[in-house]
Design a protein around this ligand. Structure first.
Ligand code: SG5
Ligand code: ZN
Length: 263
C-alpha cells in the first residue's frame, strides 16, 4: 500500500519533471533495513562526533529540502570511528519529510516509515580536499541518518524552526550561526546500522557509507508543520507547491549486508 502511495506522489515531484538518469547501480539508497537480516559486527567501534557550532553558516532552500550549511574548509566539525577508517568533515545537514505523519523518511526499519529523517552529510577530508571530489569516490562520503518521531517539542530544533520562514521559497538563503548539530543526535549514538549506499538525490553517486541511528529523536507536530510550510517553488512561480514528500523511492538491497553495532 505504501508503494502505491509513493507512486502517486512522486510523479508530481520536481525532481521527476526533469530527465533524470537513475543509475542502475548495485548500491543505491535508500533501503528498507530488515532487522533480522542485519549482521552484528563486534568490530564496529563507537562513533566519534565532534562538532563546532561556530562552523555553522547559513540555511538555504535548494528547492528540494532546506540545507543547513557548515564551513568545511578545516577539520573543526568531524565524524570518525564507527565503520569509518578516515575522518569525515560535516558540510551540511537537511531533512526529508512527508505531507503527513504516516511517511516521510527515506529509510525504513522492517518496512516501518517515520514522519521525517535527518541527514548529516560529511566528506572524507583524509583522502580528498573538496566535497566535489569526494562526491564521486567510493569512500568519499559518510551520512548519519536519524529518524524523527512525533512527540514532545524538540528544544534544540526550535532555533532552526524559527529561522525557516525566512527561507520559504526555493533559492532563498539566510544567515544562520552557532547551531550545534549534535543537539539533533539521539541519546545513544553507539547503536546504529551501517551499509554501503548512494546519495538519494542527484548525482546519486555510490559514494556513501550510511550510518543509520537505532534511536529516534522526538519533535512536535507543530515543528514538523513548519517544515511542511516551506515551498518547492521560487517566489516568481505562479503555482506554489508545498515542500512535502521530498524522499526518494526505496532501492533494491542487491546482496548488500547491513551491519549493526549492537545485538
Ligand atoms: C549531495 O547530496 C548534494 C546535495 C544533496 C545531498 O550532498 O550536493 C551536491 O550534489 C553538490 C555538488 O545537494 C546540494 O547540496 C545542492 C547543490 O542534498 C539535497 O539535495 C538536500 C536533500 C543529498 O544527500 S543525501 O543522500 O544525504 N539525501
Ligand atoms: Zn538526504
Amino acid at each position: 500500500a505504501l508503494c502505491a502511495i509513493k507512486f502517486i506522489f512522486f510523479p508530481v515531484h520536481p525532481m521527476w519533471q526533469e530527465p533524470l538518469a537513475i543509475p542502475g547501480g548495485d548500491r543505491q539508497s535508500p533501503i528498507d533495513i530488515v532487522v533480522r537480516k542485519s549482521v552484528f559486527d563486534p568490530q564496529l567501534r563507537p562513533l566519534k562526533v565532534q562538532y563546532d557550532p561556530r562552523t555553522c553558516q547559513q540555511i538555504w532552500n535548494n528547492g528540494y529540502s532546506f540545507l543547513v550549511e557548515y564551513d568545511d574548509t578545516t577539520d573543526k566539525s568531524t565524524v570518525k570511528g564507527g565503520p569509518l577508517e578516515d575522518q569525515f568533515r560535516l558540510c551540511q545537514f537537511h531533512f526529508h519529510w512527508g505531507e503527513n505523519n504516516a511517511w516521510g523518511s527515506e529509510h525504513s526499519i522492517d518496512r516501518r516509515l517515520f514522519p521525517a529523517e535527518l541527514h548529516l552529510v560529511h566528506w572524507n577530508s583524509d583522502k580528498y580536499s573538496l566535497f566535489e571530489e569526494a562526491v564521486i569516490e567510493e569512500n568519499g562520503l559518510a551520512v548519519i541518518a536519524v529518524f524523527l518521531k512525533i512527540g514532545k517539542r524538540h528544544e534544540g530544533l526550535q532555533k532552526l524552526v524559527d529561522a525557516l520562514p525566512a527561507v520559504r521559497h526555493k533559492d532563498s538563503l539566510v544567515e544562520f550561526t552557532k547551531f550545534d548539530p549534535a543537539c539533533l543526535l539521539p541519546e545513544n549514538i553507539d547503536d546504529y546500522w551501517t551499509y554501503a549506499g548512494s546519495l538519494t538525490t542527484p548525482p546519486l553517486t555510490e559514494a556513501v557509507t550510511w550510518i543509520v541511528m537505532k534511536r529516534h529523536i522526538e519533535v512536535s507536530h507543530d515543528q514538523l508543520a513548519v517544515f511542511r510550510s516551506l515551498l518547492f517553488t521560487s517566489a516568481e512561480e505562479q503555482v506554489q507547491r508545498s515542500m512535502v514528500n521530498n524522499f526518494r523511492v526505496q532501492q533494491a538491497v542487491k546482496g548488500r549486508t547491513v551491519r549493526s553495532s549492537f545485538t
